[in-house]
Design a protein around this ligand. Structure first.
Ligand SMILES: NC(=O)c1ccc[n+]([C@@H]2O[C@H](COP(=O)([O-])OP(=O)(O)OC[C@H]3O[C@@H](n4cnc5c(N)ncnc54)[C@H](O)[C@@H]3O)[C@@H](O)[C@H]2O)c1
Length: 263
């Protein structure tokens, strides 16, 4: 058990409905399987509760919380509730991110409201979660932060809001690592590549493009096995980074992409 009795906050622990499992849900389940007690937070409480039910069905521990990362009050209330209940925060996993569903567009078409929304959800939410969690980790002299960016930050990607916010998440993580190492806190960021998750697939299915076409077009781009990764690939990387096995690793941007970034 890599995370025995650790208190792990997973923000974005529900998931977009769809045929496969999402990154946040898989990560919450993977943390619980490694022995962590998971505070599963999501704007969609019912979806976080589903994740909790899946964890409990396997005999592990989790509690669902309603959190809207656009609202600082909501984040601080969540952190306070966790501290009241467990008196500790060992792991903060920031999974929330939106792209097409956030109204993202090419630079010539982007609307101010959509860009602001993407910054609020993809970047500011992670800044605020770190802001409210770090004092407790610093007081304890330990803690792990994992942020979810995207390979879109490093490789050509057409939509301006997702590209820029996901690049900023890498900078945020590096700064958190640099400024908090003296407190025994590590911060790392995962860059998922092309993953077969509902967030990535459902939004691309249309009247003219079937699920099979979306999946095939993505699969064929991936060097390793000509197949997209799954949410479990992200979850297992996160469980390692959250664990003491990664105790000397901080400030790292880890692609989980089947070799896409080097092909
Ligand atoms: N799936 C991919 O191919 C892929 C690739 C690269 C990066 N990513 C990143 O992975 C992360 C998401 O992966 P996922 O599969 O779990 O997606 P998901 O859409 O299934 O889950 C995200 C969760 O965030 C929640 N959420 C949305 N807005 C919120 C808010 N304001 N406050 C709180 N919760 C909110 C949603 O309700 C949902 O349950 C994102 O950061 C995304 O950018 C995914």
């Amino acid at each position: 058990m890599l995370l025995q009795d650790k208190i792990a906050l997973v923000i974005g622990a529900g998931q977009t409905p769809g045929e496969t499992i999402g990154n946040g849900r898989a990560t919450a389940i993977a943390f619980a399987r490694e022995g962590a007690i998971v505070a599963a937070a999501d704007i969609d409480l019912a979806s976080a509760q589903e994740t909790v039910a899946m964890i409990e069905a396997e005999g592990h521990s989790a509690v669902a919380f309603h959190v809207d990362v656009r609202d600082e009050q909501s984040i601080s209330a969540f952190v306070n509730a966790v501290m009241d209940r467990w008196q500790r925060i060992d792991i903060l996993h920031n999974n929330v991110g939106v792209s097409i569903t956030g109204g993202d567009a090419l630079i010539e078409d982007i609307e101010v409201e959509a860009f602001d929304r993407l910054v609020q959800i993809n970047l500011r939410g992670m800044v605020l979660a770190c802001k409210h969690t770090l004092p407790h980790m610093r007081a304890a002299g330990s803690g792990v932060i994992i942020n979810i960016s995207s390979l879109a930050a490093w490789t050509p990607y057409p939509l301006v809001g997702y590209k820029t916010t996901k690049a900023a998440v890498i900078a945020l993580t590096e700064q958190m690592a640099a400024l908090n190492a003296r407190y025994g806190i590590r911060a790392n960021v995962i860059l998922p590549g092309l993953m077969n998750t509902p967030m990535a697939i459902e939004a691309r299915i249309s009247a003219t493009t079937s699920r099979e076409q979306v999946v095939a077009a993505r699969d064929k781009q991936v060097p390793l096995g000509r197949k997209m990764g799954s949410a479990w690939d992200v979850a297992h990387a996160a469980a390692f980074l959250a664990s003491d096995r990664a105790g000397y690793i901080t400030g790292v941007a880890l692609p989980v992409d089947g070799g896409l970034s080097v092909a």
